[in-house]
Write a protein that binds this ligand. Structure first.
Ligand code: PLP
Length: 311
């Protein structure tokens, strides 16, 4: 039996907890999901994607992620034969087939490739792929107890005027090279400044600082993270002062508390930056309060969409 015949024959009721993907109209074990080396998504990083998570059997803020994914595709002039409802159903089905209660769920749209001998982007057949994996943490819950360490990168983030960071993208070489600088310095991760010396974001996360009870996060030059927006919403709903504005690196370093936000890990305390220790090396009170609220919101019906499991 060929691989694709085997995949089509994959019984819907067999759970595949290592991961299930969707490509070319079929659900398959995630290891069988492939993208051609000739796809411009690979050769030109001409791709957009989104990642949503499932926690305790419920998608968190799924509609926010679909909004962002569809907006990113529209701005890259990509289109696929699946509308919003179909994409939602595909993501749901990927998770259902894994049986996972905690999952990392990705959707991607690549440019695809033009017909042989043609280089016209308008003739590319854009392709859609989705998959659900066991939950992925940027920093494990144990690591979050003590807090992460980071350095400020020696190179700026790609300017937003060149690659718009609000279109979720894989232009990550600035961040990947900076991660090696962080490893060399014995740190867990890295935060990139902008060309003009304000903080931006890091590999897979937005950044926040807390000073005198006010929470602040950069207003531009960053992905508008769904976790970032959730923290802003949490602050506003709980009477916590929040400022969305440029944050110079020097002001960021001087903060009382720093935390990172991502779908892959939530609200993650940072307790060391370039060797400076924050809060005696333990997560700060404001970070802990926001983090607790963030996970509490995962039980709110208005913020979640239950997965239709078989049992
Ligand atoms: C560059 C970048 N910034 C920020 C984030 C955080 O976004 P979200 O909270 O939507 O996961 C991500 C997530 O992958 C990212 O890649």
């Amino acid at each position: 039996m060929s691989i694709s015949t085997a995949a089509r024959a994959m019984p819907a009721r067999t759970l595949t907890p290592t991961g299930v993907g969707f490509a070319d109209g079929d659900y398959k074990p995630v290891e069988q999901i492939t993208v051609s080396v000739l796809d411009y998504g690979f050769t030109r990083s001409d791709v957009t994607y989104d990642v949503v998570h499932v926690w305790d059997g419920r998608f968190f803020r799924l509609e926010h992620h679909l909004d962002r994914f569809l907006a990113s595709m529209a701005r890259l002039r990509m289109s696929i034969p699946h509308d919003r409802d179909a994409i939602r159903a595909i993501l749901m089905e990927c998770v259902r087939r894994t049986g996972l209660r905690e999952a990392y769920v990705a959707m991607l749209c690549t440019r695809g490739r033009p017909p042989a001998g043609v280089r016209d982007l308008r003739q590319c057949a854009n392709s859609f792929v989705a998959y659900a994996l066991p939950f992925i943490w940027i920093a494990s819950p144990e690591k979050q107890q003590s807090g992460l360490s980071a350095v400020i990168a020696p190179r700026p983030r790609i300017p937003a005027q060149s690659v718009d960071p609000t279109i979720k993208n894989y232009h990550w070489l600035d961040m990947e090279r900076s991660l090696f600088d962080a490893y060399d310095a014995g740190a867990d991760t890295v935060i990139l400044p902008s060309m003009d010396g304000v903080v931006t974001e890091g590999p897979g996360f937005n950044v926040f600082a807390v000073r005198d009870g006010t929470v602040m996060t950069p207003d531009s030059g960053v992905l508008e993270g769904i976790t970032r927006q959730t923290v802003i919403d949490i602050c506003r709903r709980n009477g916590i002062a929040v400022e969305i504005r440029p944050v110079p690196v020097a002001e960021f370093r001087d903060a009382d508390e720093i935390f990172l936000t991502s779908t892959a890990g939530g609200v993650m305390p940072l307790t060391r930056l370039d060797g400076r220790v924050y809060g005696n090396g333990a997560p700060g009170a404001m970070t802990t309060r926001i983090r607790d609220l963030y996970w509490t919101w995962h039980r709110e019906e208005a913020e979640t969409t239950p997965v239709a499991y078989d049992d």
